[in-house]
Design a protein around this ligand. Structure first.
Ligand SMILES: Cc1ncc(C[n+]2csc(CCOP(=O)(O)OP(=O)(O)O)c2C)c(N)n1
Length: 279
């Protein structure tokens, strides 16, 4: 167990509750896939990434690209909590005059590296960033979070090929393997398995972790090969879509949906009951 495990487990619950609250302000949201990705994002922002919220463009920062841009609900509260912007900025989340939409805008939200939402593009931009870091012999790394359904996009695999070709040991992809795409199971829509073997065949290191086990995630990130090594790494993070909310778990009608007051209260209760210890 890591020193900060309990703190991060509690943070995960806080962020999941915040996601539900933001979706209520917005009148709906990509709840399933935002809830599933939280542990990996928390592990990254509270344990792994180097960044300076006072100076979001600090050249020495690690780059994090949310390729599954519809998961913005799962990232924006974290960026707020680590200090990129004040909480009031999210008060009118998703209104026409809010900087926040359902997908993240790099020109409006401090800490967002790339405007995403059209799936399949993030890993290619991450490859470009990692290549530039490698050419500069920089010590920062690039992390890219993808959805598993997103991996149906051919461009993901072009990016995967180029990452190993350019020997980008400073690049890490994390795939939120929640088993679902927009309207069904990934294995029924366009099967990915044997998924880890595919990444390895494309020249990557690939490990599979329980994406709701903070310790396992921290171990996976702590165990990344040196950034100057010559193989990119993919971490397949095995998760549950809708994690923590009883009626959303593996119920893909919650890919995008909204809760009324009663369901919001139920969702918040469910999430609170997952708390390992009162934080
Ligand atoms: C290029 C493109 N095609 C289709 C969509 C519509 N779309 C939005 S989310 C989604 C499902 C993606 O599945 P996954 O990456 O597994 O997301 P998660 O289940 O984690 O929410 C799709 C197809 C899109 N945003 N971009």
């Amino acid at each position: 167990m890591h020193q900060n495990t309990l703190e991060l487990q509690n943070k995960v619950i806080d962020i999941r509750k915040w996601i539900v609250e933001l979706s209520q302000i917005a009148g709906g949201g990509h709840l399933g896939g935002s809830l599933s990705m939280v542990d990996a994002v928390v592990a990254l922002y509270y344990h792994v990434l180097k960044f300076d919220p006072e100076n979001p463009d600090w050249p020495g920062r690690d780059r994090f690209i949310l390729s599954k841009g519809h998961g913005a609900l799962g990232l924006c509260p974290v960026l707020c909590d680590v200090g990129f912007y004040p909480r009031e900025m999210m008060d009118n989340f998703n209104d026409l005059d809010s900087p926040f939409g359902m997908h993240p805008d790099m020109n409006k939200i401090p800490g967002i590296e790339m405007s995403t939402g059209s799936l399949g593009h993030g890993l290619s931009v991450a490859v470009g960033a990692a290549l530039s870091g490698k050419l500069d012999k920089a010590d920062w790394r690039v992390f890219c979070l993808l959805g598993d359904g997103e991996c149906n996009e051919g461009m993901v695999w072009e990016a995967a090929m180029s990452a190993s070709h350019f020997k980008l040991g400073n690049l890490t992809a994390i795939v939120d393997r929640n088993g679902y795409s927009l309207d069904g199971l990934t294995e029924e829509i366009m099967a990915l398995e044997p998924f880890a073997e595919k990444w390895r065949a494309f020249g990557w290191n690939c490990s599979e972790v329980d994406g709701h086990d903070i310790d396992a995630l921290l171990d996976a990130f702590d165990g990344l090969p040196d950034a100057s090594s010559d193989k990119p790494t993919c971490i397949i993070s095995d998760t549950v879509k809708g994690k923590g909310v009883s009626f959303m778990e593996n119920a893909n009608e919650w890919h995008y949906a909204g809760c009324d007051d009663e369901l919001t209260a139920k969702a918040l209760d469910d999430l609170e009951s997952c708390r390992p210890e009162s934080g």
